[in-house]
Design a protein around this ligand. Structure first.
Ligand SMILES: Nc1ncnc2c1ncn2[C@@H]1O[C@H](COP(=O)(O)OP(=O)(O)OP(=O)(O)O)[C@@H](O)[C@H]1O
Ligand SMILES: [Mg+2]
Length: 221
């Protein structure tokens, strides 16, 4: 059960969207809003894309999260033993929810999000609770997905900042509409190279999408 509600925390939930190789994981790792150390970080990372302590077993993961919280020290714990992406993700969301404490910020990195979504309708119950109520308990959510048209609307509704990278085909329309690009502006998306993103943040650049170009970093988070 999340504790210490504190409604003052801002919504900085972020979604990274783009096809495989567009650089989404890199964009998450290089985002300065996620502290490199000294923070509480929980990850869903089936492909070991992030630097963290990776755990395959649910029992071990749940215990590690409990112990990390009890220790009062920062942590970076990734669950990677995914067998059923939808069911296991619901379980993981319940673990994250129980870990939230509004006296602290908890950074949540959720990889391969389209695999964890059943449909574009409302998210599954535990995921919906996290997305809808987590902010008040200090959660900062970072979701990463290849296929935006497969993501539940709950994630879009609760996201403040979007990173949109390389896309093809039917994903272009969804991405363009998120960014407010008209049909004759699709070229702004089709011309993107790997590690290039349109970043849409209501608090930056006057709320207008801004082109970000990154360099690949080998030894980062
Ligand atoms: N030294 C390097 N090692 C690996 N990838 C590199 C390197 N230099 C540049 N890149 C580029 O970085 C990109 C990989 O970024 P990243 O892993 O963040 O992609 P992604 O969008 O998360 O992909 P996926 O959805 O498959 O996880 C690729 O386009 C790759 O070409
Ligand atoms: Mg990735």
């Amino acid at each position: 059960m999340a504790i210490n509600q504190n409604t003052k925390w801002p919504n900085r939930n972020t979604l990274y969207l783009g096809r495989s190789g567009s650089g989404k994981s890199q964009a998450g790792k290089q985002n300065p809003e996620i502290p490199r150390s000294g923070a509480r970080v929980l990850l869903w990372d089936p492909s070991h894309d992030h630097k963290a302590f990776h755990i395959e077993s649910k029992v071990t993961y749940a215990r590690a999260v409990r112990e990390a919280i009890a220790s009062g020290k920062p942590f970076r714990l990734a669950f990677s033993g995914v067998l059923d992406a939808v069911k296991d993700h619901e379980w993981w969301c319940s673990i994250v929810w129980a870990a939230l404490d509004g006296n602290y910020q908890t950074y949540v990195i959720d990889e391969e999000l389209s695999a964890s979504c059943v449909s574009t309708a409302k998210a599954e119950p535990n995921a919906a609770k996290l997305l809808n109520q987590g902010r008040k308990y200090g959660m900062v959510y970072h979701g990463i997905a290849q296929v935006p048209t497969e993501i539940s609307k709950t994630y879009f509704n609760q996201t403040e900042v979007f990173y949109v990278g390389q896309q093809r085909g039917d994903q272009l329309k969804k991405s363009a509409s998120l960014l407010g690009f008209k049909k004759n502006e699709f070229e702004k998306l089709t011309s993107l190279e790997p590690l290039q993103f349109w970043r849409l943040d209501p608090k930056q650049n006057g709320g207008v999408p801004e082109l970000i170009k990154m360099q690949y970093q080998e030894n980062n988070f």
